[in-house]
Design a protein. Structure first.
Ligand SMILES: [Zn+2]
Ligand SMILES: [Zn+2]
Length: 252
């Protein structure tokens, strides 16, 4: 697969000095995809073909529901539901194995998918997740490339706070796939150094958070530990709690 460079958002995210620049770009992309989905994209036939077929995951249905455009959401949900009903007719009635209706709900011997597996697969896709994954692959690719081609980025990268662990895996994978063997080695070494140092920093901040509950430490300063629980969880799992995970406020 060919990836393209997307330099500006990567530089902007690194300049904020955040715990994981890929999380920062994920939140920004997610916000703009939701916006455009409910803005006008759903009126475009190409987009509608995709949303009808693929639909959305629970997170993205929820985030779209939180915005005000009920008509846009209703139109997309309606025509997606029509497609899903067509699939359900096939799954529940048309493709019953010999054992009859009940047999279609247990694992079949021929290795065919059973009805429950087909139902889960039918609702397992998400247009916004697909677009986000593509964007994040592009950003991870850009990070690996810029490290060897862009002096300012190299400096930003070397003074950065590493990544959350899911994005650490993504960046290492992308580097392995797209850099030369020698570059991959250099990049991995630098990433490992930055990551371990910053995991230990957050771990220390989290420890101080717990020690602050000891009455002997009540009057001692918090340092960077006030939001250490949020940052600890987000460093492990990607931005899911607290300010780092918050989408920009909307009054639309
Ligand atoms: Zn991340
Ligand atoms: Zn999704």
């Amino acid at each position: 697969m060919k990836y393209t460079l997307d330099t500006i958002p990567v530089l902007d995210a690194y300049r904020t000095g955040c715990e994981c620049p890929l999380c920062k770009m994920r939140i920004q992309s997610e916000d703009s995809y939701i916006d455009s989905m409910l803005g006008a994209a759903y009126m475009e036939p190409d987009c509608r073909v995709r949303t009808n077929e693929i639909g959305f995951c629970s997170r993205h249905f929820e985030l779209m529901y939180d915005r005000r455009n009920r008509l846009g959401l209703a139109l997309m949900t309606h025509t997606h539901m029509q497609e899903v009903i067509k699939s359900m007719e096939g799954i529940l009635a048309g493709e019953m194995p010999k054992g009859g209706f009940l047999a279609s709900f247990s694992r079949s011997k021929g290795g065919e998918e059973t009805a429950p597996a087909k139902i889960r697969a039918r609702i397992g896709g998400c247009v916004i997740c697909d677009d986000l994954n593509n964007a994040l692959n592009r950003y991870a690719y850009t990070i690996a490339q810029l490290y060897f081609t862009h002096t300012e980025f190299k400096q930003l990268f070397e003074s950065s706070k590493g990544f959350c662990l899911p994005h650490l895996a993504l960046v290492l994978e992308m580097a392995g796939k797209t850099l030369s063997a020698e570059q991959t080695k250099t990049f991995q070494k630098k990433v490992a150094e930055i990551e371990i140092e910053n995991l230990k920093r957050v771990e220390g901040e989290l420890e101080w958070f717990t020690l602050k509950f000891d009455y002997r430490n009540t009057d001692k300063p918090w340092g960077n530990s006030k939001d250490a629980v949020e940052r600890g969880i987000n460093k492990l799992m990607g931005a899911i709690v607290g300010e780092e995970a918050a989408l920009p406020a909307h009054n639309d």
